[in-house]
Design a protein around this ligand. Sequence first.
Ligand code: F6R
Length: 614
Amino acid sequence: MCGIVGYIGKRQVFPILIKGLKRLEYRGYDSAGVAMINDNGDLSVYKTKGKVADLERFCEDKDISGTVGIAHTRWATHGEPSSVNAHPHYSESKNIAIIHNGIIENYADLKKKLVADGVKFRSDTDTEVIVQLIEYIQTRKNVDLLTAVRFALTQLIGAYAIAVLDKRDKDQIIAARKQSPLVIGIGEDEFFLGSDATPIIEYTDKVVYLDDDNIAVIRRGEDLKVVNTLNDTLNPEICTVDLDLGQIEKGGFPHFMLKEIFEQPECLENCMRGRINVEANNVTLSAVIDYRRQLLAAKRVIIVACGTSWHAGLIGKQLIESLCRIPVEVEYASEFRYRNPVIDSSDVVIAISQSGETADTLAAVNLAKDNGAFVYGVCNAIGSSIPRDTDTGSYIHVGPEIGVASTKAFTGQVTVLLMLALALGKEKGTITNEQYSKIVSELCTVPEKMKSLLKLNDRISELSKTFTYASNFLYLGRGYNYPVALEGALKLKEISYIHAEGYPAAEMKHGPIALIDSDMPVVVIAPHDEMYQKVLSNIQEIKARKGKVIALVSKGDDTISKIADEVIEIPQTLECLEPLVASIPLQLLAYHIAVCKGKNVDQPRNLAKSVTVE
Ligand code: F6R
């Protein structure tokens, strides 16, 4: 939901801003802009509808000199995507420019008051209200920029990460955050700003993750100063980021999504590293050791998440219920936070989020904490808000996920949830030693099984061409594979814009079967497990109505292979591990169909990677 970049130092700022925006483009890509104080002291704002590459072209004949600037790539919330609504926004006098990620909920009230006092607005955005308010306070109260920003922030309701530049002081950027991420990179006589660390790591590994209600005064030639809205000086913690550049580049793949699909065997190894000891046949999660008492006391687990992470949560429910015998509820974070749920101190709430910044999941975390629950985070982005707000948790360690459609984070989340269920089940004594050993040793074979599945890439690419005609798809699975069906359908719809629905296979006859005709492709996950015969019957029902079946079957299957239109063989594994293998061909199928249809796979329309607004 919008990416923010900033720089102040000795280098030319424009290339740093553009490169940074490109790294953050996954957060939003409907318009982009920069504000810089040029060598001649002008505060120039250049912005345009479209992608960062469009902005670069737009600036070709502009004065892009200067060593201080801020930049933004937008995902529209208030006001359509257009050059006027693109950030940065000027104050009325054009002395101040601002970039913002978040939503100001009371912007209409504030705007009304400012307009009544004669302030002239140029855009439809909530963001412009902030910069106009800052200038209004600055001029009416005759105060410096920091004081004006502090006073303005106390009037805002909502979420923000902002950076502010004042033409009259080319040596300063002021930045602040509330519920939207903001990272400051500290170099030698230079500072960087980013919505996450990816625009910064090329220059420095020293960063400060701003906390809510923190305001950073970033001044050339001085140490970083952080204050709160009352102007008390705070002591920010300087952290070291452990991220290398190769992890955030495409590495020869045409899209990040394909690269991330292919990274999964390695990601899973990273996720398990130091946690699974095959020789000792042991799973160790430090959070389970450190918070054993709280976790063992759980009378119920509530999983909160959105989108793909919610699908991983549905698998987590089955794992925890079957291995730990604790009842589990899985909630959409957006519903949970607003429906006055029953939560108490005997609940453990697990929040799953790749980005660690999803606004609804973060709000659900805080609601759970306020009601006394013990909160456990399962996140990917190190240092993001959810891991910082939860009582404990486990990172999935799959590296930065840049493609908007989540792939490696899903399999990483499932793996962490499985390790959690195993570690907890062992502590509770709800899992036999034999069951435990069998799962642990089989889990260690999954990366190799994933590698064998990735060899199907060319075949799935070919097969995809047959299905670009479809305007609807159905995905069916049972048990652990029902959430995989939901996830397969989500992948297809978000990147190819084909309508797709996931269903538990047995539910088909309660409605969706009416949709089946010769134009309807149905993806059926049908490995050789306990449900095989039942799913086979569903396939026959589909074929009897001339539906096209793409079946995921276990290697060597010779029954479904004869009746399905297309067959993709997956390696045999334990039922609880099937999602880790079955999801790979479905990710590839969605990817190739979208590529065949000429869609922008890494940046699908209307979506953004990190949903930091409600
Ligand atoms: C789908 C997708 C989204 C996210 C959802 C939650 O491919 O990426 O559905 O899963 O927006 O995001 P996180 O996991 O960052 O909380």
